[in-house]
Design a protein around this ligand. Sequence first.
Ligand code: ZN
Ligand code: ZN
Length: 227
Amino acid sequence: MIIETFVLSPFQQNTRVVACGETREAICIDPGEESKELVKFINDNNFNLQAIALTHAHLDHIGGVSALRESFPQAEILLHANDEDLYYNLPQQPLFMGIEPHQLKALGLEYERPPQISRYWQDGEIYAVGNFRFKILHCPGHTPGHVVFAEEAERKVFGGDCLFAGSIGRTDLPGGNFDELIDSIKGKILALGDDFTVYTGHGADTTIGRERATNPFLTGIYQPLGF
Ligand SMILES: [Zn+2]
Ligand SMILES: [Zn+2]
């Protein structure tokens, strides 16, 4: 499996190209902003970009969808239906985060409505990219429609903003729910197995075993206050 990471947007989001070296089929997971290097990498490797595969619809994961789709018009855009409202409200998202309308341009957070979603992820579906088979797992909590992509044979999971090295995704934005996120992580992600590598939406990669043993949100060291 070929995995190339591009750290994009003011939020330092890990945009990834994941490809099959044999068939040259590829997906881009979460294009966070327009990037010439990303387009060049796909073209220079003769990859067929079959899809823009979204874990969820926060602006730092979808800000580059429009530009990437213009370069690769054949690529399907795939998202879970429960994040559809967030997706089409991309231009308004910075405002929910407390950014003032007059600041948008200077921060590079001025967005147009993104292109039409091609198809919605179904929980449990198997999605093929060349010789690889990704199981799509619906993991709500950070957003209502968050999904992760698990490749069983490769022992790899692309986890977006559910689980980070030493932390978990924030749940204070609209649609977030702490208890739901913990249930998703424990019930679906940890259940994959300790030997899975987790490719996270921000920061370093990790493993499920390391997070199960040391992540304060999973070991019980962190107890949320009851308000
Ligand atoms: Zn997010
Ligand atoms: Zn993010």
